[in-house]
Design a protein around this ligand. Sequence first.
Ligand code: ADP
Ligand code: ADP
Length: 227
Amino acid sequence: RSFVQLAGVGHRYDPNPDIPPAITGINLDIRRHEFVAVVGPSGCGKSTLLRMIAGLLKPSEGSVSVFGKEVDGPRDDVGIVFQKPTLLPWLTVRKNVLFPLKHKYGRYGREDEKRADELLAMAGLETFANKMPDELSGGMQQRVGIVRALLLNPDILLMDEPFSALDAMTREQIGFDLLKIWQENPKTVLFITHSISEAVLLADRVLVMSKRPGTVLEMVSVDLPRP
Ligand code: ADP
Ligand code: ADP
């Protein structure tokens, strides 16, 4: 049974029929706990694809469903991590991680704090829980953003180039830390990246999107053995 299913999905930003759609004719099934990476050149439609799965953008053709139900808006069981960490500078790391709970329920308890600390520890940030975001490096802040998205325990995690602002060494370290988190905390993941090596390191399957003038898109899928 598919967790995420796209059938003939496309999106056009411009109603002018002379301008090709951003993406068109995408069929994709993502299984439970599958980690799928999407690579491809700038402008091939990766973010558009992710935003349709996230319910932030309505497809102009085809249908997107999550858990067998057509997507009609953002939902709590789908977490999103964007390119920039967007931590709140006036809250400690732990409070940033707990912020979505506070936002959603108006409060959080001891158990939530414990879980936040556990997730921070998994991300190698146990000694930073009481620090302010500007005391952390960019890579650490980005990890806090991922931990924050995991705290609500979403069934699906969508990440749009979460590491693109980081240098190669930091990216690699975060890659390994993420693998650890995933081994203990498996999720269904769609991960957009510019980096083939990052995709191969992290994913079970890599989708390669390419842009050909006129035809818009071709998608190739490569299954990887797990290390
Ligand atoms: P990628 O994430 O692979 O870089 P995008 O999904 O951002 O690609 O963009 C796919 C295409 O859609 C590009 O040609 C881009 O210029 C266009 N596009 C993206 N967002 C918008 C928008 N808000 N309005 C109009 N065109 C857009
Ligand atoms: P609601 O509309 O019910 O308040 P949100 O829109 O805050 O829900 O959250 C929707 C999803 O986005 C959640 O699954 C959550 O994990 C994720 N999310 C919310 N805020 C953030 C954030 N600041 N950073 C990363 N993910 C977030």
